[in-house]
Design a protein around this ligand. Structure first.
Ligand SMILES: O=C(O)CCC(=O)C(=O)O
Ligand SMILES: [Fe+2]
Length: 354
């Protein structure tokens, strides 16, 4: 890689020591989870009941390769974002309410004043990468599907999807639900909007924080596996157990107590967080955390910020209702849940963002 590369984790200055407040996130060992360690599984459950956000250590597992693959996708995304704007905009979703394809800078408003976001995304669908037949095929820019790149993305998607489902099956067991209950609703081989997202946010323009790259939100889906190399991600201090209809709700949750806490990137680890679907299926036993992205703090903010994410979303036909059984609390008497499939639920949330 040459020195003028924007995505250059080996050249980034460290996360500044004087950055405050920083959230303490626990580190979960995938290898211990998979080995069936009771203590690690109990810790995972506790973290997901109270915070919904943690670092994942892949060492000693076959998933270790995901760290290198994420870096390779980071390099690929630099090439993608350097394409001419028209070429990228040609990949904007053609159908209403699809999230797949390109999202340009400024498409999302970050507050009531209409201040635009500053990040661009290229969302590449799992079904497009794996060639699973589905209803809205989307083609990314040609370079993304050049054969070596496509094979790498396929390996990343299959690997992240598997890790996400491993985590969910531990959580299912802890809640006295069938171990494979989430694997059935989030199948790799069935259509859904699970996707790999490449993200680029510009370097900081002013010394006044915050410029909002991505406004406060909870993720739509079940589980998110995130790789980032520079600071800038912030998590709201209070977990969220509802409020599913708006993806972006402005910068601060209205009237809510709490504050934004910085997340320090942890080299060689992923950050895992739970999304709306995990909360919804479990009647709020599992929680998600609102998060947002601002330019990295201090010297780090001189670099454009790249991240690579895989979102596991429920399959299109799955009805997004709370599960019955185990520890999941029954709906309070007289309360009814909307019968929305994952595809409908997502459209509703997406519409609320427009
Ligand atoms: O870039 C990051 O660190 C987080 C991105 C994110 O939250 C998202 O794309 O949903
Ligand atoms: Fe997110």
């Amino acid at each position: 890689m040459n020195d003028s590369a924007e995505f250059a984790p080996q050249l980034y200055p460290p996360f500044p020591k004087d950055t405050n407040p920083v959230i303490h996130l626990s580190t979960v060992s995938l290898s211990e989870l998979l080995a069936g360690s009771d203590a690690e599984q109990a810790r995972l459950f506790e973290i997901c009941r109270t915070q919904g956000f943690f670092y994942l250590d892949f060492s000693g597992t076959k998933s270790e390769s995901l760290v290198k693959e994420a870096e390779a996708i980071g390099r690929l995304s630099e090439t993608v974002f350097k394409l001419p704007l028209e070429e990228k905009q040609d990949k904007e979703p053609k159908k209403p309410f699809s999230l797949l394809g390109y999202k340009r800078v400024g498409k999302t408003k970050t507050d009531d004043q209409g201040i635009p976001d500053t990040a661009e995304f290229m969302n590449v669908g799992k079904d497009d990468i794996l060639d699973t037949p589905h209803h809205i095929p989307t083609t990314p820019p040609a370079i993304v599907f050049e054969s070596a790149n496509r094979a790498m993305l396929a390996s990343f998607v299959v690997g992240c999807h598997g890790v996400g489902l491993d985590i969910m099956s531990v959580l299912a067991t802890k809640m006295d639900l069938p171990k494979d209950v989430f694997s059935h609703s989030n199948r790799l081989k069935a259509p859904c909007d699970s996707h790999c997202r490449m993200i680029r946010g510009p370097s900081r323009r002013s010394t006044d924080l915050p410029e909002i790259q991505t406004p406060g939100h909870t993720d739509f889906g079940t589980t998110t596996i995130l790789f980032n190399w520079l600071g800038g991600l912030q998590v709201w201090s209070e977990p969220s157990r509802g409020n599913f209809h708006k993806q972006f709700e402005g910068d601060q949750p209205e009237g809510a107590a709490g504050q934004w806490l910085w997340v320090k990137p942890k080299p060689g680890h992923a950050i895992v967080n739970l999304g709306d679907a995990a909360v919804r299926f479990t009647g709020g036993i599992l929680c998600s955390a609102r998060h947002r992205v601002v330019p990295a703090p201090g010297e780090q903010g001189l670099w454009p910020r790249y991240s690579v994410v895989y979102f596991i979303r429920p399959n299109d036909e799955v009805v997004m209702k709370r599960l019955q059984g185990g520890m999941v609390p029954p709906l309070p008497e007289g309360e009814e849940e909307e019968e929305l499939t994952a595809a409908q639920h997502q459209q509703k949330k997406f519409r609320a963002m427009q």
